[in-house]
Design a protein. Structure first.
Length: 429
């Protein structure tokens, strides 16, 4: 079994390059099946969620050619199967984009109920609301979601809550519907904009992505394209968080400054010194951190996907910090592992109260989900002694080469294969 082993106490120095955005890539790959021609996608992150998505697309009939470590050619002309009933679908939230893409392509789709990080039920009522307004009849039964429409016709959708997935899924279903679809109270995340830009590069007519009002004028055909995915602002934010906690001075390359503003503003409040250039950001931290309050919000608020990472930082800030999680119901499950390392954190529903500064000590811990795993790595970096992190499959879902990237920044971090307690082999950092 693979684990990550971190020995704490080192500051981070040097340069790190950010990969393509996971949450853009897992939507753009299924979106590519809407084209009648080949598409080439670049800057795809080398993470397990992408491998899983490629496996599902091939099972649907897509032909995928690897052009490079971060570049794929996808030919969906032979995609005829509108059913994705695969075991894998159930393990990845982004599988729900197959519903919108297959509905948009065939007017008919049926997928296994998508799963995802286990901090909430992950409802899809808003997705279904949007599809129904376009004329689709939807049904959830026997663990499957089915959406069928004789003809998809544009309509006006007002989302009850801001939902990244429902916004993207409705765009996928509407791009070839007849007439105009409007989405009000739309999500504005950078990856929503990236999906819209990708589809527009294929000839779609989507306006307003990045605002809360998106207009989609249906088109008959979508052609081939060559498209490069935006850098991952949450991966970049995770490295900003790591060095804020450990102290040091790093430069993060291949970023879009605008996407990092909500994260940078909060880390500066905590005490980091941050300077942006065109496509990079430098950060210096002396490890003397101020307490602060955080409320996670849809973009452009502080992102919920940075909540576990900033919790780890605030265990080292002097004073009491309060974190309110306004997006997810149960996104503090990882706190019990931080408490085992010595953190003083009280969780009550969607609020966590953190007493700092507390000395953390290394322990055997387990990642509960992707960003919780990132928080455990950061906690290991600032702990006395050694932390051994299990369930790293969650971390590998969304962080390309995190062990190597942190090791190159000076961290004492290794990938370890535990055959049994007495037989451990270490991979290079
Ligand atoms: C996406 O999940 C991301 N995943 C999540 O990132 C991220 O936390 C989330 O957006 C919010 O930014 C991917 O992009 C693959 P939502 P998604 O629909 O689309 C409720 C990570 O770590 N809701 O924006 O599933 C929902 O319960 C992952 O990279 C409904 O009630 O999130 C939640 O409270 C974790 N009904 C809120 O809306 C619906 O039909 C926001 O969910 C849909 C959502």
């Amino acid at each position: 079994m693979k684990k990550i082993v971190v020995s704490g106490g080192r500051k981070l120095y040097g340069n790190v390059k950010i990969s393509g955005a996971k949450n853009a890539a897992v939507a753009i790959l299924p979106a590519s099946i809407l084209s009648e021609e080949k598409v080439v996608i670049e800057n795809i992150p080398d993470i397990s969620d992408i491998s899983l998505m490629c496996k599902i697309l091939e099972q649907l009939g897509a032909e995928i050619k690897v052009l490079g470590k971060h570049e794929l050619e996808i030919d969906a002309k032979n995609v005829s199967n509108c059913e994705a009933d695969f075991e894998d679908v159930k393990h990845m939230r982004a599988s729900c984009y197959l519903l919108g893409a297959l509905l948009g392509k065939f007017g008919n789709s049926c997928i296994a109920m998508p799963g995802g990080c286990n901090f909430e039920l992950r409802p899809i009522d808003q997705h279904i609301k949007g599809f129904s307004i376009l004329g689709s009849s939807c049904e959830i039964s026997g663990g499957f979601v089915t959406a069928k429409a004789k003809k998809l016709v544009g309509g006006n959708v007002y989302f009850d809550i801001v939902s990244v997935g429902a916004t993207i899924n409705l765009i996928l279903a509407a791009v070839k519907a007849s007439g105009v679809t409007t989405i009000e109270n739309a999500a504005k995340e950078p990856h929503v904009v990236d999906v819209a830009n990708f589809l527009n590069s294929m000839g779609a007519d989507i306006r307003g992505a990045g605002t809360d009002l998106i207009k989609i004028k249906g088109v008959k055909h979508l052609k081939g394209t060559s498209y490069s995915i935006i850098p991952d602002q949450i991966e970049a934010g995770t490295y900003l968080a790591a060095v804020t906690a450990t102290g040091g001075n790093i430069t993060i390359e291949n970023i879009i400054p605008k996407h990092l503003e909500p994260i940078a503003a909060k880390l500066e409040e905590i005490g980091a010194k941050i300077k942006f250039s065109d496509d990079s950001v430098s950060i210096v931290s002396n490890g003397n951190l101020n307490k602060c309050n955080v409320k996670t919000m849809p973009y452009p608020g502080f992102p919920t996907d940075m909540q576990p990472q900033i919790t780890a930082i605030l265990t080292q800030a002097i004073g009491t910090s309060v974190i309110s999680e306004s997006v997810w119901d149960h996104r503090f499950k990882y706190v019990s592992e931080l408490v085992r390392m010595g953190a003083k954190i009280l969780v009550d529903g969607r609020v966590a109260i953190i007493e700092g500064k507390t000395e953390l000590t290394g322990a055997n811990v387990k990642a509960a989900d992707l960003r919780a795993g990132a928080a455990l790595i950061i906690s290991g970096l600032i702990s006395k002694g050694t932390t051994v992190i299990g369930n790293i499959n969650f971390i590998e879902r969304g962080y390309e080469g995190i062990v190597e990237k942190l090791s190159n920044l000076g961290a004492d971090i290794k990938l370890a294969k535990f055959e049994n307690l007495n037989n451990v082999t270490y991979a290079a950092g």
